[in-house]
Design a protein around this ligand. Sequence first.
Ligand SMILES: Cc1ncc(COP(=O)(O)O)c(C=O)c1O
Length: 485
Amino acid sequence: MANQERPADICQRCAERAAGVTVRNVRDFVAGLDRRAPLIDGGERTYVNLDNAATTPPFTPALDCLADFFHWYSSVHRGSGFKSLLSTHVYERCREVVGEFVGADPDHHTVIFVQNATHALNKLAMRVCGEGGHVVVSTVMEHHSNMLPWRKAGCTVDYAAVRPGDGSLDMDDLERRVRRHAGGLCLVTVTGASNVTGIMPPIRRIARLAHRYGAMMAVDATQLVPHRPFRMGEPDDPERVDFAAFSGHKMYAPFGSGALVGPRRCFEGGTPDMVGGGTIEAVTMDEVIWTRPPESDEAGTPNVPGALALGAAIHTLRAIGMEELAAHERALTRRLLAGLTRMPGVRLFGPADPDLAEDRLGVVALEAEGLGHAKLAAALGYEWGIGVRNGCFCAQPYVRELLGISRDEMSRILHKLAAGDHATVPGLLRISLGCYNTANEVDYVLEALGALVADGPRADYVLDDRYRDYVPRPAPFDLARWAPL
Ligand SMILES: Cc1ncc(COP(=O)(O)O)c(C=O)c1O
């Protein structure tokens, strides 16, 4: 029985489970791919998840690893019993696994476990540029999570533009802005891959530029790390990434963990952004001595299951091989783009080249003539059993640029939105691929889109105020019947 096994056996089994996974058999190691979704006509169909940029389903080796470990799970760092010692060992081992995965140097970097990339970027903003008055260069293509923390931390943020045509980063503009702040620039922070268009900005070139002008380089690696090999780079490499932030739930490990990786010295001294248990060496009634990173930056009881899930998912990604995984996703992206570029009535945003002259992720944003993005997404779900995403994907400034909406017009729309009018929100439809998706699934979404563009949805969709989504009228099923609670 699993719960009678010794810890060493559990670790061994975790590694063995992951070791057998390849890009060809990965579907056998992803939870829930056989689940059937109810359709509007009363039938059902095996669900096709093409919303991986939002969240990926769990790898089963990570779930199994957790199931084994829970029998040994206990408090970390402060307990003295065997289970506590073991939990602490597992937690710290996961930290090493995360660091190794992104090429962190244990003598130089610290790996801080956080809840997700948003938490990581907020922490970084408060920790590194938090006394206010710092200048940060970023880009218009960022997710809100790599925009708002810098503003909240009181930084002056200068955003590099994107090109009007394909939404790619305007490197000349970025360079101008970096040069303009030379000497007084704290940080350049750029997404490693856009969650809207899949574009991968040239982070090595940007890092070299940032360092030349005396700034540090942060990468919001949330989309990049699950889909491409990523390395921080040697501490003295001018093309190094100084900070990287990412989330477990986009890497097949949905247990509320993520990581912020950066030079340890940047988290030493000063007051952590969040304080309390675990962050101190000593406290008197009027004095505090903070402990060292990473503990100083992990206030409260850590999320050990989340860390283990992330570590186990990384084992699985490594077993698949990031190069093999990337090659598979590129092939699917080519197929998807080839189909979409041939489809009448569909307009793509971002690079549409099916030959992928420049590498990009399998994240594709589009609109279809005569069909609003929200109704189109609803029809794909209710009529075809396909999960995608629509809207602005937490990147409103970027989507505004892609759609060519003026700032004034967007401001008017957003104020209407804030006042409760959700019917006229601009946005796009996004298809995003993961390592377990197949050519058949790509063909299926192409068939579905083709049919919807040609014939329109089969149902009448109305805006549901509660969920702010379009739903068919009458409602075809009661979700409560599927919910576990
Ligand atoms: C590029 C990018 N950065 C940051 C985030 C925020 O991630 P999380 O919601 O896991 O904090 C996302 C989420 O979609 C993202 O795509």
